[in-house]
Ligand binder design. Structure first.
Ligand code: ADP
Ligand code: MG
Length: 269
């Protein structure tokens, strides 16, 4: 359903030239859940940005459901591609209430509706939010700026999947959260993805998470996919296996090794 063919991305020219993505091919089938790991600057965010359309490739083509979307602007891709980033503020409108944010998400995804909230819609939102099971249903009229990071990111997951997109892009969306909230958000993400069967790409700094979640895993380094695992091979991998793979490639990235410890994630900037 998603295909990247010969996609590369270079930023700047001359002395500032950065080859963020080397020539890369990647395909996702319906329902694939791909986790992505790699050291800092490996090109993980750029890969997601290329798919979302916020960054345009230097070479290559990108297809979604056989449609060439390489030149489709990001705002139009947003109808079929949901996206959540690390900063819990980024996915929501902080000055608007929880209910207004949900209404906005529906509107953005092509469901026309007025922002004044009809009673039925409010009840619908209350039920949706109650499903998150974090007590947010009593705070529909609360501005999002007053929610905790975990609550905001839970709302962002709900908003991104409210009208299920074809594809979901998650860029370290749990990295700014404490361990308990990070676990809650991963669990929510998995249950939304399972329910709708949408294809998902999730960048994570947490190798345990990368192994536990999804059916495929890629390891990136210097703009290349240097290793790929799926199915049973992925399920039966250990963090030590992944670290071995990195070190066999002479990737002695201190930060990467630090990240073996899941709870050092709070330092990820
Ligand atoms: N907008 C940009 N302009 C210039 N260089 C960029 C830009 N975005 C990313 N880069 C560079 O591209 C490389 C890959 O970055 P990124 O995709 O953010 O890596 P990751 O998410 O794996 O840490 C890095 O060297 C980064 O500095
Ligand atoms: Mg990144």
């Amino acid at each position: 359903m998603l295909t990247l063919k010969n996609v590369s991305k270079a930023f700047n020219s001359g002395a500032d030239h950065v080859q963020a993505i080397q020539t890369l091919d990647l395909s996702l089938a319906e329902g694939d859940f791909l986790t992505i790991i790699g050291s800092n600057g490996a090109g993980k965010s750029t890969l997601l940005n290329l798919i979302a359309g916020t960054v345009l490739p230097s070479t290559g083509r990108i297809f979604l459901d056989d449609q060439d979307i390489t030149s489709v602007p990001a705002y139009r891709r947003a109808r079929s591609i949901g996206r959540i980033v690390q900063d819990p503020l980024a996915g929501t409108a902080p000055d608007m209430t929880v209910a207004e944010n949900l209404a906005l998400a529906m509107k953005r995804q092509g469901r026309g509706l007025r922002l004044a909230l009809p009673r039925k819609l409010r009840i619908h939102f209350r039920d949706l939010v109650a499903d998150l099971d974090i007590g947010l249903e009593t705070r529909l009229s609360c501005p999002v700026s007053l929610l905790s990071g975990g609550e905001r990111q839970a709302l962002a997951v709900l908003m991104a999947t409210l009208v299920p997109p074809k594809l979901l892009l998650l860029d370290e969306h749990t990295a700014a959260l404490d361990p308990a909230n990070a676990a809650m958000i991963v669990q929510l993400t998995e249950s939304f993805v399972d329910r709708s069967g949408l294809a998902t790409l999730m960048v994570t700094h947490n190798m345990e998470q990368a192994i536990a979640v999804g059916n495929r895993l890629i390891m990136m380094h210097k703009g290349e996919i240097i290793h790929e695992l799926h199915g049973a091979a992925k399920k039966h991998s250990t963090v030590d296996d992944l670290v071995d793979l990195f070190s066999r490639r002479h990737i002695a990235d201190d930060e990467l090794l630090l990240k073996r410890m899941p709870e050092t994630s709070a330092v990820a900037a």
